[in-house]
Design a protein around this ligand. Structure first.
Ligand code: PAF
Length: 294
């Protein structure tokens, strides 16, 4: 574990050139570097990713960039919460070394014409079914961030479970020299997964929202006890819809491939559902016939 004694302000880097100068300096001093990509509006879940990164590397950079290419038409790019000053203050308090805050012209200069085409986990029929251009935008920006920074490791939340699988695949397939870590989902006291989009929930929607985690947890227990997953999932779908959600999907998948769950192998239940104008996603690990995640 790396012990950090100071909480001085992080360097705020706005350009790829400044980022590379900073990383090169650390490299010359023999230090290892971790990157935590975010879109800002930081909450304790993001800070837990940064803490994990700080435990595993000498230097930690958090990037903050609301990436336009991963939002589809009619999604919330314009209204996505932005709170740069408060974000930097939180990162200072936990001792992050640098914050990379490029603007859109740094990331997508005039004439930008390259995107990453994906298969495998990006075509699992989960988020990709409802947000068909999302992962191409995520993969392109994450590949750029990894190439710009060339960190030893990067940390992503398990809450976006399909995203994590896509990024692991991308990193392996493009031979990027970065180890990808998934970090457990942080939850509110009532079980709701922390998300920057939770601010969209009305008080009544916020009261109902923990039903998603509750239902996932109950269903995972029923499957772990050896009952039929199909029937358990059917009951879960009904419970979620009766709670006032519009369900996009509730799927039981193999945790590694995101294909159908296989008895004896680590499995996940994944859900996406809308309540009012907010779309929530969540997932939990399932012990299926003795298969558990390492
Ligand atoms: O998970 C997110 O916040 C974003 O999808 C990411 C990985 C920072 C890419 O913009």
């Amino acid at each position: 574990m790396n012990i950090r004694m100071t909480t001085s302000a992080p360097s705020v880097l706005n350009t790829v050139a400044a980022l590379r100068r900073q990383v090169a300096g650390w490299r010359r001093a023999g230090e290892t570097v971790a990157l935590v990509p975010t879109m800002g509006a930081l909450h304790p879940g993001h800070l837990s990713l940064a803490r994990l990164a700080m435990d595993r590397a000498d230097r930690c950079i958090v990037s903050i960039f609301v990436n336009p290419t991963q939002f589809g038409p009619g999604e919330d790019f314009g209204s996505y919460p932005r709170s740069l000053e408060a974000d930097i203050a939180q990162l200072r308090d936990i001792g992050v070394d640098a914050v990379f805050t490029p603007d859109a012209t740094q990331m997508y200069p005039q004439g930008f014409a390259t995107t990453i085409a994906l298969k495998g986990p990006a075509e699992a029929g989960l988020e990709d079914k409802f947000r068909p251009t999302h992962f191409s935008g995520v993969a392109t920006v994450v590949a750029k961030l990894l190439i710009q920074c060339m960190p030893d490791l990067a940390v992503f939340g398990e809450k976006d479970f399909q995203q994590l699988a896509v990024i692991r695949r991308l990193t392996a397939d493009l031979d990027l020299p970065t180890t990808i870590f998934g970090a457990p989902t942080l939850r509110e006291a009532d079980g709701l997964a922390m998300s920057s989009r939770n601010v969209y929930l009305s008080p009544e929607e916020r009261r109902v929202a923990p039903l998603l985690r509750e239902t996932l947890g109950g269903t995972a227990d029923v499957i772990a006890a050896g009952r039929d997953p199909g029937a358990a999932i059917e009951r879960a779908c009904e419970a979620i819809e009766q709670g006032g959600f519009k369900l996009d999907y509730l799927e039981f998948r193999d945790a590694a491939s995101l294909g159908p769950a296989v008895r004896g192998q680590a499995a996940r239940l994944l859900v996406a559902a809308r309540i009012g104008r907010t779309r929530l996603i969540d997932n939990v690990a399932v012990s299926y016939g003795g298969g558990n995640e390492p």
